[in-house]
Design a protein around this ligand. Structure first.
Ligand SMILES: Cc1ncc(COP(=O)(O)O)c(C=O)c1O
Length: 389
């Protein structure tokens, strides 16, 4: 079984041409493209260039498929999934659509990625809400501090699944329990875990889950999806609306009908006609995740990270800045050293693609990476330590 998995990962790696030239450890910023994605997008370009048949329904079929694929990947129903443009799309539905009143409080982390904070800040300014920042401890989200901040006016907890700069995976299970106890809407920015960490949004009682697909989901920039639970859907007033948010039953023969029912699904919150090339790319990418299985991907990535961690632990020069607690690990590992910025430049020069984030070097490991990639990274780190340590 283990061997089969290794073979499977080897086969999929071959679909990523960049692996011949660079060691890519930066999926937490943007994912590289596969030849499968390229073919899917080229195919759509060929169809549109030929322009000899009406392919508009292909987009509807692809959307249907994508809704059910993302639903399967996160443990949701298809009707709870909508296709958006990025993470912010779903976060905006939450911030501007949830039934909140003047004086209500939104709980957010004080080390959150700005996408979530700015969206809720704008909603707060418009609706007279208050952002309550939960102080972090050692740059990790702190549940005791969260408990202290909860008040009778608290209405929403909005938080990243995995922290972008150190890979800290929040304990959604405990957070969910707290949300239920205090009757808080539970909003999760899922982009840094989506595709590399298993999740069951139903079991976790998440109300809104938003994710772009440009990072770990290896899809074009400008792609994303959102989950709105059945429980919450009808409580949200759409912050925007489009003709495709209503159910035409796929009959577009009388477009002067203005009393169409809204979709009784998350589709109601989608916005007009689709970025079809992106949809085709998303579909090709999502297939890879279905084939490999998220659990297998997680194990694969963790094994590679363990090799790196073993080296970093042995070194007195480097310090791991990610959490060491198994519960909070993810496919992002970060470490630092006195001169981490020149080191990051050196790594780039060696064609090892990593980024600096908030005082550390961030290494994001994905399913196309292998042992050789990790060994190359360790080799450069060792040399650097020898010269500068
Ligand atoms: C946690 C997190 N949320 C959101 C985003 C991006 O938001 P969007 O997809 O809306 O551009 C990023 C990274 O770019 C991120 O790390």
């Amino acid at each position: 079984m283990r061997q089969n998995n290794a073979d499977m990962f080897q086969v999929v790696r071959a679909l990523f041409p960049h692996t011949k030239n660079v060691v890519y450890f930066n999926s937490a910023s943007y994912g590289p493209f596969s030849t499968a994605l390229q073919e899917a997008i080229y195919n759509n370009i060929r169809i549109r260039m030929a322009a000899d048949y009406d392919d508009s329904h292909d987009a509807f079929t692809t959307q249907e498929q994508l809704r059910s694929d993302y639903a399967q990947l996160i443990g949701a129903h298809k009707r709870e999934i909508g296709i958006g443009l990025n993470t912010s799309f779903g976060l905006n539905i939450a911030a501007f659509g949830l039934p909140l009143q003047q004086g209500d409080e939104i709980l957010v982390s004080d080390i959150e990625f700005p996408a979530l904070v700015y969206t809720f800040r704008a909603a707060a300014e418009r609706q007279g809400l208050k952002l309550q920042f939960v102080p972090s401890r050692n740059r990790f989200f702190d549940i005791d501090e969260l408990q202290k901040k909860i008040s009778p006016r608290s209405k929403v907890l909005a938080i990243s699944w995995v922290q972008f700069f150190n890979g800290y995976k929040n304990d959604l299970h405990t957070l969910s329990k707290i949300c239920r106890e205090h009757d808080l809407y539970f909003v999760v920015d899922g982009i840094q875990g989506m595709g590399v960490e298993p999740i069951d949004v139903h079991k976790l009682g998440i109300d809104i889950f938003a994710s772009g697909c440009q990072k770990w989901m290896l899809s074009p920039q400008g792609c994303g999806f959102f989950y709105l639970s059945d429980r919450i859907r009808n409580q949200i007033s759409p912050p925007f609306m489009s003709w495709l948010g209503t159910d035409w039953n796929m009959k577009f023969s009388n477009l002067f009908k203005y009393d169409q029912p809204y979709f009784d699904s998350a589709r109601r919150f989608e916005l007009g006609y689709y970025a079809v090339l992106n949809l085709m790319g998303m579909k090709a990418s999502v297939e890879l995740f279905k084939q490999l299985g998220i659990h297998n991907i997680q194990q694969h990535n963790y094994q590679l990270i363990d090799r790196l961690t073993a080296y970093l632990d042995d070194s007195s020069y480097y310090t791991i800045t990610s959490s060491r607690d198994h519960k909070h690990r993810s496919s992002i590992i970060t470490f630092t050293c006195p001169d981490y910025r020149p080191l990051q430049k050196k790594l780039l020069a060696e064609k090892i693609i990593v980024v600096p984030r908030e005082g550390s070097i961030r290494v994001s490991v994905h399913f196309f990476n292998n042992d050789v990639d990790i060994e190359r990274l360790i080799h450069v780190l060792k040399e650097w330590e020898r010269k500068h340590g």
